[in-house]
Design a protein around this ligand. Structure first.
Ligand code: 0RA
Length: 672
């Protein structure tokens, strides 16, 4: 064993060209492998921001999920430790620790230090999981200052520790145990990641999603950081247990829980075609939107792909046939109305999950399934299940088809209305809204547009801006709630129309090809929502975000939507004055220049109740000047969760909305 140790430490030295050392080809690959990961981390985990940081956890959890899919693991425990390290423990068989024949090292060490080695030595297993990039746990190891692997097998605890991926000793026995499974703890490398602070909510959303996607698996998430928990208003340790018996049946109910349903049933299928497991759950609600969420091997396929295509085809064909058989199409044709694909999906919420042995991921973000055979499998599976459902449930079938007819009728009526509006006002085609104060630069990459609540704040913003690259679009009060209205109607709404026209995009789903809006003509690379820092302002910002999320999600994915953060206070003491953007900033000022209270020791606090209270110069200085302002970028971490959140925020139910706003509020205490 002593010899092993020496060899391994040499293996990770930089003396690659040392001819005298006895390196085998595979050993050199090991060295290059993890060095490469540290040199170009983004190539392996996407990026080195918060997203990449959280990706490390998913990568480790994925290995445990594979063990669950193989049928040997029922429980995964994820812990955020006090020092921001992460522990993932499962009750599976434990990673094998015996000698790897070819590598002459413990199998555990191979898994932990060889890129893409995970599961390779276990041919019989059905490995379908794997992070988005499928890089394996060795990647996490390489990007961690320290990692400790423990395996509980045959009554013993085996352990190995790594620094930046380098083993510190051979796998050794460190004790006895009644447990079975694998425990991984890692400390993300601060010299690699922009931030190493984990966010509970981001991990919780993914663990909830994984529990829905893998029925019967229990995932617990624990946060031992008392300070972070206190910030979230939680006293002591924070913990959630995610478990779903019904799988996607529960998932679709969760996503759709704040909408009104056409009927209570979930249309559900769980089957296999040619060795490809397929699970689908469908609900119909009374809204006008279509919400499809698709997964391949537990990965959210944001760009869709063949599985989604198979689903759409089956849905359209089966419902069309039902409508034909019941003479409904005939009736519509007499009114010159033809049903189109989108009509079948209005008010539909569905989750599609397939497990593909060798997935080909395509598209810009590698989240589009390319395997052509899967389209046929899904189409067949959904076709059979839906046909059967309609036969067995005539009442529900009628409700669905009535809704389709209504959608088609309304769509045709809306088109006629739009055409007549456009005929009357020929400018509405390509012109810019009269209220827009445009910028002079014509290169969209340099330009930004502020959507400003209220005419008076709009006036200050127009005066305060840098007119070269900043455009101002004032909007009046609340724009309409896109969650509650058919999207065709958006064209009839002035404020929404102004936003769309100013952006220069064709928005919404294009009925011809079901593709999203066309962004080629986008006039500003940044859109910045500027609203008051109070509950009303938050509501307006949410309405605008919903508009983007539902009709122009690609703009959010491309990182083009922002929220401005105006200050809440201006604190002055003598000649010193500072803008404070939250209560923590204000307290810091009071502690520094006063006696810590709002009134003591001659400190003056000016509280801004709205944007309108700031003059043009102040607005520029605090909120618009790129040198000094604070912008929040809007992101979609998790589309299913965002779907749930927006429908909840925009829905009729007040209680969950209030709770969400209270939990996420960052306004001054006065409003809370
Ligand atoms: C391959 C074979 C065996 C276990 C595993 C992989 C395994 C890997 C991971 C990663 C995280 N948790 C895990 N649990 C198990 C066991 C083969 C055997 O015991 O016969």
């Amino acid at each position: 064993m002593a010899e092993e140790t020496v060899r391994q430490s040499e293996l990770f030295s930089d003396e690659l060209n040392d001819e005298s050392a006895d390196y085998s080809a595979s050993n050199i690959q090991v060295l290059e492998g993890l060095e490469a990961v540290r040199k170009r981390p983004a190539m392996y985990i996407g990026d080195i921001s918060e997203k990449g940081l959280h990706h490390l956890v998913y990568e480790v959890v994925d290995n445990s999920i594979d063990e669950a899919l193989a049928g040997f693991c029922t429980h995964i425990e994820v812990t955020i430790n006090e020092d921001n390290s992460i522990t993932v423990q499962d009750n599976g068989r434990g990673i094998p620790v015996d000698m790897h024949e070819k590598e002459h090292r413990s199998a555990l060490e191979v898994v932990m230090t060889v890129l893409h080695a995970g599961g390779k030595f276990d041919k019989g297993s059905y490995k379908v999981s794997g992070g988005l990039h499928g890089v394996g746990v060795s990647c996490v190891n390489g990007l961690s200052t320290k990692m400790i692997s423990q395996v509980f097998r045959d009554g013993k605890i085996y352990q190995q520790e790594y620094h930046q991926g380098k083993p510190q000793y051979d796998v050794k026995e460190v004790g006895t145990t009644d447990l079975r499974g694998t425990r991984q703890q890692f400390w993300p490398d601060k010299t690699i990641f922009i931030t190493t602070t984990y966010k509970y909510d981001i991990l919780a959303n993914r663990m909830r999603e994984l529990a829905f996607l893998n029925a019967g698996l229990t995932i617990t998430l624990t946060d031992l950081r008392l300070d972070k928990n206190a910030e979230a208003g939680i006293d002591g340790i924070r913990k959630d247990t995610f478990y779903s018996k019904g799988g996607l049946r529960d998932f679709v109910r969760y996503i759709d829980s704040t909408r009104t349903h056409l009927f209570d049933d979930v249309i559900y299928l769980n089957t296999e075609k040619q060795g490809t497991p397929i699970e689908v759950a469908i609900m119909y609600n009374t809204s006008y939107g279509e919400n499809l969420h698709s997964y391949v091997n537990n990965i959210n396929t944001i760009e869709g792909g063949t599985h989604l295509q198979g689903f759409r085809t089956a849905l359209t064909r089966v419902l069309k046939k039902y409508a034909d058989d019941n003479k409904i199409t005939e009736k519509l044709e007499k009114q010159h109305i033809e049903i189109s694909g989108e009509d079948f999906r209005e008010g539909l919420t569905a989750v599609i999950s397939v497990k593909v042995a060798e997935p080909q991921f395509e598209g810009q973000t590698k989240t589009k399934l390319g395997n052509s055979e899967v389209a046929g499998y899904v189409q067949q599976a959904v076709g059979e299940a839906l046909t059967y459902y309609l036969e067995e449930h005539p009442k529900e079938a009628k409700l669905i088809v009535d809704k389709v007819v209504l959608a088609a009728t309304a769509r045709v009526a809306a088109r006629k209305a739009r055409e007549s509006v456009q005929r009357k006002n020929p400018m509405s085609g390509g012109g810019l809204p009269g209220k827009l104060a445009d910028c002079s630069d014509r290169d969209p990459a340099n330009c930004e547009m502020f959507i400003v609540e209220g005419d008076s704040a709009g006036g200050s913003a127009k005066q305060g801006r840098d007119r070269h690259f900043q455009a101002i679009l004032p909007i009046r009060g609340k724009i309409f709630n896109v969650e509650r209205v058919m999207w065709h109607k958006a064209f009839e709404h002035e404020e929404v129309n102004n936003i769309i026209q100013a952006l220069g995009v064709r928005f919404g789903l294009n009925p011809e090809d079901n593709k999203e809006a066309n962004y080629d003509k986008l006039r500003y690379y940044k859109t910045i929502i500027m609203a008051d820092a109070d509950v009303d302002g938050a509501h307006i910002a949410t309405l605008i975000m919903t508009l983007f999320f539902r009709f122009m999600p690609q703009l959010i994915r491309d990182g083009r939507l922002y929220i401005a953060n105006p200050p809440l206070y201006k604190c002055t003491k003598g000649t010193v004055s500072e803008y404070c953007y939250n209560d923590v900033d204000k307290q810091r000022f009071l502690d520094r220049y006063g006696d810590g209270t709002d009134t003591g020791a001659g400190v003056h606090i000016q509280r801004y109740k709205g944007l309108g209270e700031m003059n043009a110069e102040q607005l520029w200085e605090t909120t618009m000047n790129p040198e000094t302002r604070l912008l929040t970028q809007v992101t979609i971490e998790d589309a299913a969760e965002a779907d749930y959140t927006f429908s909840m925020l925009m829905g009729e139910d007040v209680a969950p909305r209030r709770e969400f706003i209270e939990r996420n509020a960052t306004y001054a205490n006065i409003d809370a």
